[in-house]
Design a protein around this ligand. Sequence first.
Ligand code: CP
Ligand code: NVA
Length: 308
Amino acid sequence: MTHFLDIHTTDPAELRAMIDSARAMKNARQGRPKGAPDDDKPLDGCMVALIFEKPSTRTRVSFDVGVRQMGGQTMVLSGSDMQLGHGETIADTARVLSRYVDLIMIRTFEEETLLEMAEYASVPVINGLTNRTHPCQIMADIMTYEEHRGPIAGRKVVWSGDGNNVCASFLHAAGQFGFDLTFTGPQTLDPEREWIEFARSKGVNVAIERDPAKAVEGADLIVTDTWVSMHDPESAKERRHNQLRAYQVNEALMAKAKPDCLFMHCLPAHRNDEATSAVMDGPHSVIFDEAENRLHAQKAIMRWALGK
Ligand code: CP
Ligand code: NVA
Protein backbone atom coordinates (compact mmCIF):
# COMPACT_ATOMS: atom_id res chain seq x y z
CA MET A 1 0.00 0.00 0.00
CA THR A 2 1.42 3.41 -0.96
CA HIS A 3 0.61 5.74 1.91
CA PHE A 4 1.84 9.33 2.16
CA LEU A 5 2.45 9.55 5.89
CA ASP A 6 5.56 11.69 6.16
CA ILE A 7 8.36 13.22 4.13
CA HIS A 8 11.15 11.41 6.00
CA THR A 9 9.52 8.02 5.33
CA THR A 10 9.06 8.64 1.58
CA ASP A 11 11.81 7.97 -0.95
CA PRO A 12 13.58 11.22 -2.00
CA ALA A 13 13.42 10.35 -5.71
CA GLU A 14 9.67 9.83 -5.40
CA LEU A 15 9.28 13.13 -3.54
CA ARG A 16 11.17 14.86 -6.35
CA ALA A 17 8.96 13.19 -8.95
CA MET A 18 5.85 14.42 -7.10
CA ILE A 19 7.11 18.03 -7.14
CA ASP A 20 7.86 17.77 -10.88
CA SER A 21 4.46 16.23 -11.55
CA ALA A 22 2.74 18.98 -9.53
CA ARG A 23 4.50 21.65 -11.57
CA ALA A 24 3.55 19.97 -14.85
CA MET A 25 -0.10 19.66 -13.79
CA LYS A 26 -0.18 23.29 -12.66
CA ASN A 27 1.30 24.48 -15.98
CA ALA A 28 -1.15 22.37 -17.98
CA ARG A 29 -4.09 24.15 -16.28
CA GLN A 30 -2.96 27.75 -16.75
CA GLY A 31 -5.91 30.04 -17.43
CA ARG A 32 -8.59 27.38 -16.96
CA PRO A 33 -11.56 27.87 -14.61
CA LYS A 34 -10.87 26.22 -11.24
CA GLY A 35 -13.72 23.78 -11.69
CA ALA A 36 -12.73 22.60 -15.16
CA PRO A 37 -11.49 19.01 -15.16
CA ASP A 38 -7.95 18.09 -16.18
CA ASP A 39 -7.76 16.65 -19.70
CA ASP A 40 -6.70 13.18 -18.56
CA LYS A 41 -8.99 12.89 -15.48
CA PRO A 42 -6.61 10.44 -13.74
CA LEU A 43 -8.98 9.90 -10.78
CA ASP A 44 -11.99 9.15 -12.95
CA GLY A 45 -14.30 6.89 -10.93
CA CYS A 46 -12.33 7.31 -7.67
CA MET A 47 -14.01 8.17 -4.36
CA VAL A 48 -11.91 10.00 -1.77
CA ALA A 49 -12.75 10.41 1.94
CA LEU A 50 -11.43 13.58 3.59
CA ILE A 51 -11.59 13.23 7.38
CA PHE A 52 -11.13 16.22 9.65
CA GLU A 53 -10.77 15.99 13.42
CA LYS A 54 -9.52 19.60 13.48
CA PRO A 55 -10.55 22.80 11.64
CA SER A 56 -9.22 23.46 8.15
CA THR A 57 -9.67 25.87 5.24
CA ARG A 58 -6.77 25.18 2.86
CA THR A 59 -6.48 21.42 3.32
CA ARG A 60 -10.21 20.87 3.05
CA VAL A 61 -10.74 22.99 -0.05
CA SER A 62 -7.53 22.13 -1.88
CA PHE A 63 -8.01 18.37 -1.52
CA ASP A 64 -11.66 18.61 -2.51
CA VAL A 65 -10.99 20.77 -5.58
CA GLY A 66 -7.95 18.67 -6.51
CA VAL A 67 -9.90 15.42 -6.54
CA ARG A 68 -12.69 16.99 -8.61
CA GLN A 69 -10.24 18.46 -11.13
CA MET A 70 -8.81 14.96 -11.56
CA GLY A 71 -12.26 13.55 -12.25
CA GLY A 72 -12.87 11.90 -8.86
CA GLN A 73 -15.46 12.45 -6.16
CA THR A 74 -15.04 13.39 -2.49
CA MET A 75 -16.82 13.12 0.80
CA VAL A 76 -15.74 15.50 3.55
CA LEU A 77 -16.22 13.93 6.97
CA SER A 78 -15.94 15.50 10.39
CA GLY A 79 -14.37 13.15 12.95
CA SER A 80 -16.88 14.17 15.61
CA ASP A 81 -19.83 13.26 13.34
CA MET A 82 -18.41 9.79 12.67
CA GLN A 83 -18.64 6.80 15.00
CA LEU A 84 -14.86 7.27 15.23
CA GLY A 85 -15.57 10.21 17.53
CA HIS A 86 -17.89 8.06 19.66
CA GLY A 87 -15.75 5.07 20.49
CA GLU A 88 -15.45 3.01 17.29
CA THR A 89 -11.85 1.95 16.85
CA ILE A 90 -9.60 3.45 14.23
CA ALA A 91 -8.81 -0.06 12.96
CA ASP A 92 -12.48 -0.85 12.35
CA THR A 93 -13.08 2.56 10.79
CA ALA A 94 -10.14 2.01 8.44
CA ARG A 95 -11.38 -1.42 7.36
CA VAL A 96 -14.93 -0.18 6.79
CA LEU A 97 -13.94 2.94 4.85
CA SER A 98 -11.66 0.84 2.65
CA ARG A 99 -14.76 -0.99 1.38
CA TYR A 100 -16.32 2.29 0.20
CA VAL A 101 -13.53 4.60 -0.92
CA ASP A 102 -10.30 4.44 -2.94
CA LEU A 103 -8.25 6.89 -0.85
CA ILE A 104 -8.38 8.36 2.67
CA MET A 105 -6.94 11.72 3.75
CA ILE A 106 -7.04 12.35 7.48
CA ARG A 107 -6.26 15.38 9.66
CA THR A 108 -6.02 14.22 13.23
CA PHE A 109 -4.48 14.91 16.63
CA GLU A 110 -2.34 11.93 17.61
CA GLU A 111 0.14 10.53 15.13
CA GLU A 112 -0.89 7.06 16.34
CA THR A 113 -4.35 7.61 14.82
CA LEU A 114 -2.81 8.22 11.39
CA LEU A 115 -0.47 5.24 11.69
CA GLU A 116 -3.25 2.91 12.82
CA MET A 117 -5.48 4.10 9.98
CA ALA A 118 -2.67 3.31 7.54
CA GLU A 119 -2.00 -0.08 9.12
CA TYR A 120 -5.59 -1.27 8.82
CA ALA A 121 -6.73 0.48 5.63
CA SER A 122 -6.47 -1.45 2.39
CA VAL A 123 -6.45 1.83 0.43
CA PRO A 124 -3.79 4.60 0.54
CA VAL A 125 -3.85 7.01 3.49
CA ILE A 126 -2.55 10.60 3.30
CA ASN A 127 -1.46 12.68 6.31
CA GLY A 128 -3.38 15.98 6.30
CA LEU A 129 -1.65 17.14 9.54
CA THR A 130 -1.12 15.63 12.96
CA ASN A 131 0.17 17.17 16.16
CA ARG A 132 3.63 16.09 15.01
CA THR A 133 3.88 16.70 11.26
CA HIS A 134 2.32 18.39 8.20
CA PRO A 135 3.98 16.87 5.11
CA CYS A 136 1.53 18.05 2.41
CA GLN A 137 2.21 21.66 3.41
CA ILE A 138 5.95 21.32 3.03
CA MET A 139 5.64 19.62 -0.37
CA ALA A 140 3.73 22.73 -1.49
CA ASP A 141 6.40 24.93 0.12
CA ILE A 142 9.27 23.19 -1.70
CA MET A 143 7.36 23.56 -4.97
CA THR A 144 6.79 27.25 -4.20
CA TYR A 145 10.42 27.96 -3.33
CA GLU A 146 11.63 26.32 -6.53
CA GLU A 147 9.10 28.17 -8.69
CA HIS A 148 10.54 31.45 -7.47
CA ARG A 149 14.20 30.70 -6.91
CA GLY A 150 15.18 27.39 -8.53
CA PRO A 151 16.51 24.29 -6.74
CA ILE A 152 16.24 24.39 -2.95
CA ALA A 153 19.19 21.99 -2.52
CA GLY A 154 22.08 23.74 -0.77
CA ARG A 155 19.98 26.75 0.31
CA LYS A 156 19.66 28.08 3.85
CA VAL A 157 16.19 27.98 5.39
CA VAL A 158 15.51 29.65 8.74
CA TRP A 159 12.58 28.62 10.91
CA SER A 160 11.65 31.30 13.43
CA GLY A 161 9.33 30.65 16.40
CA ASP A 162 7.77 27.42 17.64
CA GLY A 163 9.48 24.17 16.64
CA ASN A 164 6.07 22.64 15.86
CA ASN A 165 4.53 20.12 13.44
CA VAL A 166 5.18 22.29 10.37
CA CYS A 167 8.78 22.84 11.48
CA ALA A 168 9.13 19.07 11.88
CA SER A 169 8.16 18.45 8.26
CA PHE A 170 10.61 21.19 7.18
CA LEU A 171 13.36 19.28 8.99
CA HIS A 172 12.34 16.09 7.18
CA ALA A 173 12.41 17.97 3.88
CA ALA A 174 15.84 19.43 4.68
CA GLY A 175 17.17 15.87 4.86
CA GLN A 176 15.33 14.59 1.79
CA PHE A 177 15.79 17.63 -0.51
CA GLY A 178 19.28 18.56 0.77
CA PHE A 179 18.98 22.06 2.24
CA ASP A 180 20.31 23.51 5.50
CA LEU A 181 17.95 24.58 8.26
CA THR A 182 18.55 26.94 11.16
CA PHE A 183 16.01 26.99 13.97
CA THR A 184 15.67 30.18 15.98
CA GLY A 185 13.35 30.20 18.98
CA PRO A 186 13.36 29.61 22.72
CA GLN A 187 14.88 26.36 23.98
CA THR A 188 11.59 25.15 25.45
CA LEU A 189 10.07 25.20 21.94
CA ASP A 190 12.94 23.48 20.12
CA PRO A 191 11.95 20.96 17.43
CA GLU A 192 12.05 17.30 18.42
CA ARG A 193 15.59 15.95 18.72
CA GLU A 194 14.65 12.95 16.58
CA TRP A 195 13.84 15.18 13.60
CA ILE A 196 17.04 17.20 13.97
CA GLU A 197 19.01 13.96 14.03
CA PHE A 198 17.14 12.68 10.96
CA ALA A 199 18.13 15.75 8.91
CA ARG A 200 21.73 15.61 10.14
CA SER A 201 21.93 11.92 9.25
CA LYS A 202 21.31 12.94 5.64
CA GLY A 203 24.33 15.24 5.69
CA VAL A 204 22.68 18.66 5.87
CA ASN A 205 23.50 21.35 8.44
CA VAL A 206 20.93 21.88 11.15
CA ALA A 207 21.77 24.72 13.51
CA ILE A 208 20.06 26.17 16.55
CA GLU A 209 20.66 29.88 17.07
CA ARG A 210 18.82 31.70 19.86
CA ASP A 211 19.53 35.14 18.39
CA PRO A 212 17.12 35.67 15.45
CA ALA A 213 19.25 38.42 13.92
CA LYS A 214 22.25 36.07 13.73
CA ALA A 215 20.09 33.16 12.57
CA VAL A 216 18.84 34.93 9.44
CA GLU A 217 22.28 35.99 8.17
CA GLY A 218 22.63 34.50 4.69
CA ALA A 219 19.07 33.10 4.71
CA ASP A 220 17.41 32.21 1.39
CA LEU A 221 14.05 31.56 3.02
CA ILE A 222 12.51 32.55 6.37
CA VAL A 223 9.52 30.56 7.58
CA THR A 224 7.28 30.98 10.58
CA ASP A 225 3.93 29.68 11.83
CA THR A 226 1.35 30.43 14.48
CA TRP A 227 2.68 30.65 18.04
CA VAL A 228 -0.20 28.51 19.34
CA SER A 229 -1.15 25.45 17.29
CA MET A 230 -4.53 23.71 17.21
CA HIS A 231 -3.31 20.99 19.58
CA ASP A 232 -1.81 23.45 22.10
CA PRO A 233 -3.89 24.35 25.16
CA GLU A 234 -5.46 27.81 25.07
CA SER A 235 -3.85 28.37 28.48
CA ALA A 236 -0.42 28.32 26.78
CA LYS A 237 -1.24 31.45 24.79
CA GLU A 238 0.06 34.19 27.08
CA ARG A 239 3.27 32.36 27.94
CA ARG A 240 3.90 31.58 24.27
CA HIS A 241 3.47 35.22 23.32
CA ASN A 242 5.98 36.29 25.95
CA GLN A 243 8.45 33.61 24.89
CA LEU A 244 8.11 34.21 21.16
CA ARG A 245 7.77 37.98 20.81
CA ALA A 246 11.51 38.32 20.11
CA TYR A 247 11.11 35.89 17.16
CA GLN A 248 8.50 37.89 15.23
CA VAL A 249 9.35 38.12 11.54
CA ASN A 250 9.25 41.82 10.74
CA GLU A 251 10.86 44.07 8.14
CA ALA A 252 13.91 44.67 10.34
CA LEU A 253 14.56 40.93 10.56
CA MET A 254 13.91 40.33 6.84
CA ALA A 255 16.43 43.09 6.05
CA LYS A 256 19.17 41.05 7.76
CA ALA A 257 18.69 38.07 5.40
CA LYS A 258 19.84 37.85 1.76
CA PRO A 259 18.23 40.58 -0.41
CA ASP A 260 16.29 37.97 -2.41
CA CYS A 261 15.20 35.99 0.67
CA LEU A 262 11.64 34.63 0.50
CA PHE A 263 9.12 34.61 3.35
CA MET A 264 6.69 31.72 3.94
CA HIS A 265 3.87 31.00 6.36
CA CYS A 266 1.54 28.02 5.93
CA LEU A 267 -1.45 30.08 7.17
CA PRO A 268 -3.72 30.66 9.01
CA ALA A 269 -1.72 33.54 10.51
CA HIS A 270 -2.16 35.77 13.48
CA ARG A 271 -1.10 38.92 11.75
CA ASN A 272 1.34 41.12 13.69
CA ASP A 273 2.12 38.31 16.14
CA GLU A 274 4.42 35.79 14.47
CA ALA A 275 4.86 38.00 11.39
CA THR A 276 3.90 41.57 10.60
CA SER A 277 1.46 42.43 7.83
CA ALA A 278 4.26 44.47 6.25
CA VAL A 279 6.21 41.23 5.75
CA MET A 280 3.22 39.05 4.91
CA ASP A 281 2.06 41.47 2.20
CA GLY A 282 5.56 42.65 1.29
CA PRO A 283 7.89 41.89 -1.62
CA HIS A 284 9.54 38.81 -0.06
CA SER A 285 6.28 37.03 0.75
CA VAL A 286 4.99 34.07 -1.25
CA ILE A 287 2.29 33.01 1.23
CA PHE A 288 -0.57 32.87 -1.26
CA ASP A 289 1.51 30.94 -3.79
CA GLU A 290 2.11 28.41 -1.00
CA ALA A 291 -1.62 28.19 -0.41
CA GLU A 292 -2.31 27.70 -4.13
CA ASN A 293 0.39 25.07 -4.45
CA ARG A 294 -1.29 22.92 -1.80
CA LEU A 295 -3.75 22.11 -4.58
CA HIS A 296 -1.15 21.12 -7.17
CA ALA A 297 1.22 19.32 -4.78
CA GLN A 298 -1.59 17.25 -3.28
CA LYS A 299 -2.89 16.29 -6.71
CA ALA A 300 0.56 14.87 -7.42
CA ILE A 301 0.62 13.11 -4.03
CA MET A 302 -2.79 11.53 -4.67
CA ARG A 303 -1.76 10.32 -8.13
CA TRP A 304 1.41 8.83 -6.70
CA ALA A 305 -0.52 7.11 -3.88
CA LEU A 306 -3.04 5.68 -6.32
CA GLY A 307 -0.50 4.83 -9.01
CA LYS A 308 -2.48 6.91 -11.52
N1 CP B 1 -2.02 25.40 6.13
C1 CP B 1 -3.08 24.63 6.42
O1 CP B 1 -3.00 23.40 6.56
O2 CP B 1 -4.26 25.32 6.52
P1 CP B 1 -5.68 24.77 7.01
O3 CP B 1 -5.57 24.53 8.50
O4 CP B 1 -6.63 25.87 6.68
O5 CP B 1 -5.98 23.50 6.29
N1 NVA C 1 0.97 24.51 13.43
C1 NVA C 1 -0.37 24.76 13.02
C2 NVA C 1 -0.50 24.56 11.54
C3 NVA C 1 -1.87 24.83 11.00
C4 NVA C 1 -1.99 24.56 9.52
C5 NVA C 1 -1.34 23.88 13.78
O1 NVA C 1 -1.05 22.69 13.95
O2 NVA C 1 -2.35 24.39 14.24
